[in-house]
Each structure stands twice: as structure tokens, then as C-alpha cells.
Design a protein around this ligand. Structure first.
Ligand code: GAL
Ligand code: MG
Length: 944
């Protein structure tokens, strides 16, 4: 049994949050950390009660193996694997019931007592233990902690001995608090964040609170400092000195104040703290666009004038406030161009490195993402340091989600302390970061008295930032609900009309809170339909300020023991119950490869938009603080075969406003084709080199006219089969969950559309049995006329399919590109002449992919012989895809790794193709992207 705590089993008790843990503070110790990361000894037990006292104190013997810290033990070849669930718990409840098998691992290592001055203290920092940890030093109990995603610090001083010390940390996979760590994600286990020792002088800086404000009216900054000293015995005559300097080390402010120790004077004592108010500072403000940082050195000085402890904190001067229905930064309204981000790496799981985090941020900014919700827990402290430095607005979210028991746990008094602790400890740790613009009370935990208790604490402790909590408005209403727990209306997955309706309520004075969607546009598989429609609404109505796309990255995981290196989703580790591929719902793959929807993301989040208004061009800056001087604008007029380009002269554009410039003469003189304006970086930035395109807009002048080569014959043996009518597409996740069909129907999850298609037999039936179909061929022109009866409205596609020889490996076309695009996700894909290799499946679970819309002509080229197959419309533009799989093969495969490249190239030509929508977790495609009843005609000339 675990010494001391084994008898009490605190992990079964929701009310028990920690024993012996020091209060959370901002990060005051940067240097002098002694890392304990690396290889530890490890032994896994089936249950915490199985851990023997020997495992804690006796020499390491049989049954022990090496393990990496930080790391998830579930990814290190030990007989305990990751488990994926979304809402449901991985074991039976109700709270606080725990599973019979509850793996518990003991981590052991030795370290030498650090060299230190007399009286110095040695602290142990556990960056994050998933989920519960118990600390022993030299066999003696030190402390106990919960809260898997925040640091726990213990004072080892009284147990430490000279020379070698034996540290044991027992980590328990599940506890009563698992019910509030029920986020949609992998259940992992282990010491997944760094472990270190800190040597602290006997009198030291305990904590520093920096409230760095910036006033837009005066253009001045103000820094209010509270520095706390920790005394082992209280003494007079101590002082704190604060020196603020800019990035070039130029001093900005300097002040000193005594540490208050007058605790014996009735009513007077506040804390062992120095408080300073440095006002009227001539400093540059911090924003995500221009993240000006200052450094603030804080020295603790003893009565003899000797500096005994110092810390350097980075400071960004900025003010976050809600004014009317707007969330303002430094007096300006900012757009929330956001994503939700989990800690995830395909090999390291949740144990991400600082480089992993930076890689995420670089990829985000390359696609104009400037805001992040830390769904659904605080990240490593380095994450916020990077956001401060690189410029991101962050909604910092507490590690609380009780999704499976939404309406229960949030009102249970035994969980109240955990609620307050998780929220408060996050604020205590992160309050100095300028990037944090809101505190979130957690995710999907209902709305109860525990939330209000936590909200009350934050409102008092940090009145400088608004609160965010989705369930408060979901349960009590957008207009006036949940005000105690949320200052913003932050719904998830609303429809575009709902979004616009809230904007109307603001316009009519019926709603007064900013509207920032905590989640929207669910990126599962081939998805993110209507992104541009959401943003049309955002720009049309007041009070609508953006939101956070769900989610940044797929959570595919490699399995150390598997035969191949395929990325796993739920169920593939033998985990049950599970929620299958609902975990592969990112804008980028687990390997950080952008999915095609990222083109649309970059477009809706572009910092500058351009459109034509008669003979002028309107240029609108969507930045709030910086001008457009860092960007070069070019224009392109493309009439189809001819392309003319020029540089656009751009006058100064005041951030947040627009200007009009004269349209290039050529545009007025041109009758057909497209006019495109692009904006690219003039110099190298931290996320991209010179010439990186940050924005583009296109205006259609008129349909182009092409010099057809009409009539030349098709290459011999080029077309192997077809054309055949095609109505089926390999369902995308938003059509329905092919891997969870029966369950989705039973629990009414996801879109029911796939279910309906399968009932009709569309996946295997002869398509001509469903619709009226007529085909005419004359003079090399193919005409397909399809009549869709009313009861069949909502089909996947209407078109034809050819099977071609595989030797055609390049495609060229005039239409939207270069990447895959769909009717409701193509506004960021420009019309032009594009050329590309045959697409590979970009999604983890096989499904429809590779479409190009608004196509006038397309060619497939055999690069060895230069032979080609050319299709050009003689009617309306069409959509096409040319891929190596049939819809049937794509639909049948459960994993991208199981998909074999076809012997043939499958060319699909569609008169219409259903939008991708958001049906996996949100609204279906809007009506204009659905295929209604009626007549559809596909007419084209096909030749060589
Ligand atoms: C939301 C939830 C996320 C995720 C998403 C679906 O309801 O907050 O954590 O589960 O749905 O992928
Ligand atoms: Mg959830």
C-alpha cells in the first residue's frame, strides 16, 4: 500500500485536491532550475492499492524498466494504452466511481542534493502528472496533487538529505477528478510535463503580479507591481526594486519599495509584499499584431542592501475591456481569427515540446490565425511565453470538463474545491501574460454553483480580464443568460442565420455582449463548409467578433508496438468504449500538414480584403493597430489564355478602415476573365520568408473564351470506361459517420444524410434507377441531362465518371484551385489556370476528396508522351476530380493506410456536387449547396 495516503485513498475523494502542495504562483524562477527530465525507473501496477511500500523506498529490482520523462507512459510500450472517448467516460460511473483496473505507475530516480546556502529551500516542480500524483522522498511522504495540466510544487527541504536522494512519484491514471477531466481526447497517463528542482534562498521572491495597462487616450502605460516575499522568519528592512527596460535594454522605469512586514499592527497588514505603481510610462502597447515586450527585473534586497533573489518577467502593456458589444484591446475592436488547440503530437501525445508548440504557432500564422483557445486546459507555461512574444490572443481555459455528467458535478459540493482550485491556479500562474485576454472557466460542464464560485474568485482576483464560459449562455440564453460566469456570448456550432440574428439583436439594442464563438466550423475530414458565409455575417453585423475553429490538429497517434506506423484513432488501440475517428477533426494532420480547408481559413482570416465597387477598388484593413506597409500588393488580370500583372499603388490605410483606389485601366478595358489582387510580405517574418501571400481577392469580370482545340481525337487506350452516371460520393464525415453508423443512428449523432443514402442503396445501386437520365453524343460533345425527383433531393452529386489509363499523372485546368475546393468552401480558391500532380488522399479516414469547382476546361496529361485528355464545357462550368480511387473503394476503406492506389485514374465530372457542410458537429450545408429536385445538365466536349 502507498505509505500514508494508501489508507485514505484520496484519489477516490473529489473533495481532496492536494496535500502539502505550495500555492500556485507566476513563474518567478527561470534560471537555476535543475532538470530531472530524462530516463527514470518505472513500474506499472494494476491498481494504486497494489503498489507496495517497497516500490516507493526499497532498491530498484525486478519488474522495473526505463521510461522517459516527460512522456505519456501509454505511448512507451508498457501494457497500458491510450483510450479515446468524446463525451462518455472510459469507465462506468456515476461519479466518483472508479474502474476495477486503475493503472498506477511508480516513477523512481535519484538526484544529488543541490549545493545551496544555509537555509535555502529545495522545491520540486512537477510540470504535469496525468492524472493524480503522490510524492515520496527517501521513502517519506511529501505530498499529493490533482489537476493533470498544471504544475504542482512541493518543498522537499525537510526530507532532503545530503548526497544522494531517492525520489518516487506514484501516478494514478484515474481518480474522482477524472470526471472533470472528461475532455474529448485521448486518455493518457504519466508525467507528461517536465520535472525539476528549484533552489530558493531562505528569503525569496514568492510571487510577482504585474498589471501592465495601456491607455489609448494618453498613449501611456502603467505598471502596477505586487511582489511577494517569502520569509522563513520575518525581518524588517527588506525592499524590492523594479526596473523596466525595453527590448534594447533602455531603462523605462525604476522604483523601489519596502516589503511590508507590519503584521502586528491591527488591521494594517496586507501581505509580505511590496507594491508599486509606475504610471505615465512612455511605452509601446502590446497587441497580437505588434507584440511589444518589455522586461521587468525584480530584485529582492536584504537590509544590508544585498540582492538575494531576482526574477525577470516579460511585460506587455495593454488593456482588454468590453465597451458596448465590443471586446477591445487598447481601445480598438479586434477580430478573433481563432482556432482551438490541444496539446498533441503523433509520437509524444500530450507531452509536447516547446519546439512542437512553436511549430504549431508558425503553421497557424502562415494561415493568418491570430487567436487561440487553449481547449480545454492550460498548456505548458512556454506556450504563453511564445504567444506573448509572437503575438496571439489567448483564451486561457481551466482544466475542467465534466461532459458525461454535465448536470451533476457542477453543483456537487464535493467538487467545488476542485473547480475553484483549477480556475484560480490557472489565473495565479498566467496572470502576467499579455497574450491572455480572457479566462475560460472550462468546457462542457453544465452550469452550476461551482462555476459561480470560481467566477466570483476570478472577478475579484483579476478584474482586468473578461470571463468566458459557453455553457452559461447555452443553458440560460444568449441575450441575457449566464452573466455571472461569462462576459461574452461564446456559443459553439451555431448556424449562420443564428449568428446573424444575434448581430441583428445587437444592432437593435437588444443584446449587449460581444459574440465570439468558442467553437465553430468542425474540421473533421473533408469539412469546414460555409466558413466564408460565417464571415460574411461577421462583417455585416455589429457585435460579431469571430471565433475559434474546432480544431487545430488531428489527434492521430502512432503505436510503438504496431507493425506499421499508421496513425491511430479511437478503437485502434483496442480501447472500448470509444468514439472512433471523431478525434481526427483538425485543420492540419497530426503531422502538421495543412488540410485543404486551410486555404479557406487563411482567406477568411486575411488581414486585408479588396473588392471592386464600380470603377474603384476598395481596400479594407482588418488589422486594428498596424498599417499595411509590410505588404506588397499586386494585381493580375487573366482573360483565360492571357495574363497581365502589375503592382498596386496603395495609399496609407488607417488600421480598421478602408480606402478607395482607382481600378487599373486594364480591368475596365477587359470584358472577360478575372481580376485578382494579392498581398505578400515584403520582408522575412518569424513565420515566413519574403513573398509569402497573406491575402488575395478575386473579382470575376466575365466568363473567359478559350481557343478550343475541338475535335481532336482521344489518345488511344486513354479512356478505359465511361462515361457512366454517378450520384454517389464516398461520404465525408459531415454526411454521416461511416465507422459508427449504427451508433450514430441510435444516438442521433452527426448527419443522418448518409443513413438515408444507404437506405436508398445509392452506394451500390444503378444510378439510372433513381433519376431521369438522358445522354446524347454528337460531334465530340457529350450531353447528360438528369432529372431529380422531389423525393431524392439532397443527393451527393450529379455527374459522370470515366476510368482512364493510369499513365495520366498531371492535371491542368481553368477553374478554382490550386487545392481541393467545394461549393461551400471555395471562396479562398482563386480561378486561374492551375497545374498539379494527381492528388493524394489528405484525410486519415478515406472519404471524398480532390474536387475542383467552377471549371471551364481540364486536361489530364501523360507527361512521358505529352498525350492528353481534354474536357471543356460547352454549357455551365463544371466540377471535377481526378483521383486514384473509386468512390466505392474510398467508402469501403477504414484507414488511409488500407487504401490501395487503383490501376486506373478515376475522372469525375459533376454538374453539381453537394457542399461539405458542418454536419458532423453543426449545421448541414445551406440550401444553396444542397442538390434540390429539378433538371441538371452537364455538357462538354471531350477530346485529345
Ligand atoms: C465540442 C467540444 C469539443 C469537441 C467538439 C467535437 O462540443 O467542446 O471538445 O468535442 O465538440 O469535436
Ligand atoms: Mg466534450
Amino acid at each position: 500500500m502507498l505509505p500514508i495516503v494508501g489508507a485514505f485513498r484520496p484519489w477516490t475523494d473529489p473533495a481532496q485536491v492536494a496535500i502539502g502542495r505550495l500555492p500556485m504562483t507566476t513563474r518567478v524562477v527561470e534560471s537555476g532550475d535543475i532538470s530531472l527530465d530524462g530516463e527514470w525507473n518505472f513500474r506499472l501496477f494494476e491498481h494504486p492499492q497494489d503498489i507496495t511500500a517497497d516500490a516507493i523506498g526499497a532498491p530498484i529490482g525486478e519488474g522495473w524498466g526505463p521510461i522517459a520523462v516527460p512522456g505519456n507512459w501509454t505511448l512507451q510500450g508498457i501494457r497500458d494504452l491510450p483510450h479515446y472517448t468524446n463525451i462518455q467516460m472510459p469507465f462506468a460511473g456515476p461519479p466518483p466511481a472508479l474502474p476495477a483496473r486503475n493503472p498506477a505507475g511508480v516513477y523512481r530516480r535519484t538526484f544529488l542534493a543541490p549545493v545551496r546556502d544555509a537555509g535555502a529551500r529545495v522545491l520540486l516542480s512537477i510540470g504535469g502528472a496525468d492524472s493524480i500524483h503522490v510524492v515520496y522522498l527517501n521513502g517519506e511522504f511529501v505530498g499529493y496533487g490533482t489537476d493533470a495540466r498544471l504544475e504542482s510544487v512541493y518543498d522537499l527541504s525537510s526530507t532532503l538529505r545530503d548526497g544522494e536522494n531517492d525520489l518516487a512519484i506514484a501516478v494514478i491514471r484515474f481518480g474522482a477528478h477524472s470526471y472533470i477531466e472528461d475532455q474529448d481526447g485521448w486518455w493518457m497517463a504519466g508525467l507528461h510535463r517536465p520535472v525539476s528542482l528549484m533552489v530558493r534562498p531562505s528569503v525569496s521572491i514568492a510571487d510577482v503580479w504585474l498589471d501592465a495597462d495601456w491607455d489609448a487616450d494618453s498613449g501611456r502605460g502603467r505598471l502596477q507591481v505586487q511582489a511577494f516575499a517569502s520569509f522563513t522568519s520575518i525581518a524588517d528592512g527588506w525592499a524590492v526594486r523594479v526596473q523596466v527596460s525595453d527590448a534594447a535594454q533602455t531603462p523605462v522605469a525604476d522604483a523601489s519599495a519596502a516589503v511590508d512586514v507590519d503584521h502586528e499592527i491591527t488591521y494594517q497588514f496586507t501581505d509580505f509584499a511590496s507594491k508599486m505603481d509606475l504610471a505615465g510610462l512612455d511605452v509601446a502597447p502590446w497587441s497580437a499584431e505588434d507584440p511589444a515586450l518589455y522586461s521587468c527585473r525584480i530584485d529582492l534586497i536584504d537590509p544590508a542592501g544585498v540582492i538575494v533573489d531576482s526574477t525577470t518577467q516579460r511585460v506587455g502593456f495593454r488593456r482588454v475591456e468590453i465597451v458596448g458589444p465590443d471586446l477591445m484591446v487598447n481601445g480598438r475592436r479586434v477580430w478573433i481569427h481563432g482556432v482551438n488547440r490541444h496539446d498533441h503530437h503523433p509520437d509524444r501525445g500530450s507531452a509536447v515540446t516547446v519546439d512542437d508548440i512553436r511549430d504549431d504557432l508558425v503553421q497557424m500564422r502562415r494561415h493568418n490565425i491570430t487567436a487561440i483557445r487553449t481547449s480545454h486546459y492550460p498548456n505548458r507555461p512556454e506556450f504563453l511565453e511564445l504567444c506573448d512574444e509572437l503575438g496571439f490572443y489567448v483564451v486561457d481555459e481551466a482544466d475542467i470538463e465534466s461532459h458525461a455528467y454535465n448536470w451533476h458535478v457542477c453543483d456537487r459540493p464535493e467538487y467545488r474545491q476542485a473547480w475553484i482550485e483549477r480556475v484560480a491556479r490557472m489565473v495565479q500562474r498566467d496572470r502576467n501574460h499579455p497574450s491572455v485576454i480572457m479566462w475560460s472557466l472550462g468546457n462542457e460542464s453544465g452550469y452550476g454553483s461551482n462555476h459561480d464560485a470560481a467566477a466570483g474568485w476570478v472577478r475579484r482576483a483579476d478584474p482586468t480580464r473578461p470571463l468566458h464560459y459557453e455553457d452559461a449562455i447555452r443553458t440560460q440564453g444568449w441575450i441575457d443568460g449566464g452573466r455571472h460566469a461569462t462576459d461574452v456570448v461564446c456559443p459553439m456550432y451555431p448556424t449562420v442565420p443564428e449568428v446573424a440574428e444575434y448581430g441583428r439583436a445587437v444592432a437593435e439594442g437588444r443584446a449587449d455582449r460581444p459574440f465570439i464563438m468558442c467553437e465553430y466550423s468542425h474540421a473533421m475530414g473533408n469539412a469546414n463548409g460555409s466558413l466564408a458565409d460565417y464571415w460574411d455575417a461577421m462583417h455585416a453585423w455589429p457585435g460579431l467578433q469571430g471565433g475559434f475553429i474546432w480544431e487545430w490538429k488531428d489527434h492521430g497517434l502512432r503505436h510503438a508496438d504496431a507493425a506499421d506506423d499508421r496513425l491511430h484513432y479511437g478503437g485502434m488501440f483496442g480501447d472500448a468504449p470509444h468514439d472512433s475517428n471523431f478525434i481526427a477533426d483538425g485543420l492540419v494532420s497530426a503531422e502538421l500538414e495543412p488540410h485543404p480547408a486551410m486555404t479557406e481559413v487563411a482567406w477568411v482570416y486575411r488581414p486585408v480584403a479588396t473588392w471592386r465597387d464600380g470603377d474603384t477598388l476598395v481596400i479594407e484593413s482588418r488589422r486594428a493597430f498596424t498599417d499595411l506597409g509590410d505588404l506588397r500588393a499586386r494585381w493580375v488580370v487573366s482573360t483565360g489564355d492571357e495574363v497581365t500583372t502589375g503592382e498596386l499603388e496603395v495609399p496609407d490605410v488607417v488600421p480598421g478602415s478602408s480606402v478607395r483606389v482607382t481600378l487599373p485601366d486594364l480591368v475596365r478595358a477587359t470584358a472577360c476573365g478575372v481580376f485578382t489582387v494579392t498581398w505578400e510580405t515584403r520582408s522575412t517574418t518569424w513565420y515566413a520568408g519574403v513573398g509569402h501571400e497573406v491575402a488575395r481577392d478575386q473579382m470575376v469580370i466575365g466568363r473567359p473564351v478559350f481557343n478550343t482545340n475541338g475535335g481532336s481525337s482521344l489518345p488511344e487506350h486513354g479512356v478505359l470506361a465511361g462515361p457512366e452516371l454517378q450520384l454517389w460520393r464516398a461520404a465525408v464525415d459531415n454526411d454521416g459517420f461511416k465507422l459508427m453508423l449504427e451508433r450514430a443512428a441510435r444516438e442521433a449523432k452527426g448527419s443522418p444524410r448518409l443513413q438515408r443514402w444507404l437506405e436508398l442503396g445509392l452506394d451500390s445501386g444503378d444510378p439510372t434507377n433513381y433519376v431521369g437520365y438522358e445522354r446524347n453524343t454528337a460531334d465530340g460533345i457529350e450531353r447528360h441531362v438528369v432529372d431529380v425527383p422531389a423525393e431524392l433531393a439532397g443527393l451527393p452529386r450529379i455527374g459522370v465518371r470515366y476510368e482512364l489509363a493510369p499513365r495520366f499523372t498531371r492535371m491542368r485546368w481553368y477553374g478554382r484551385g490550386p487545392g481541393e475546393n467545394y461549393a461551400d468552401r471555395n471562396r479562398g480558391s482563386m480561378i486561374g489556370i492551375w497545374e498539379a500532380d494527381i492528388d493524394r488522399l489528405p484525410y486519415l479516414v478515406p472519404q471524398e476528396y480532390g474536387l475542383r469547382t467552377d471549371v471551364e476546361w481540364m486536361e489530364l496529361v501523360d507527361t512521358a508522351t505529352d498525350e492528353r485528355i481534354r474536357v471543356e464545357t460547352v454549357g455551365e462550368p463544371f466540377a471535377f476530380s481526378a483521383i486514384r480511387h473509386t468512390a466505392t473503394a474510398l467508402y469501403a476503406a477504414e484507414h488511409s493506410a488500407d487504401l490501395c492506389a487503383n490501376e486506373r485514374l478515376i475522372l469525375s465530372l459533376d454538374a453539381v456536387h453537394r457542399g461539405v457542410g458542418n454536419g458532423a458537429c453543426g449545421p448541414e450545408p445551406h440550401d444553396e449547396y444542397e442538390i434540390g429536385a429539378g433538371r441538371y445538365t452537364l455538357e462538354y466536349r471531350i477530346g485529345g
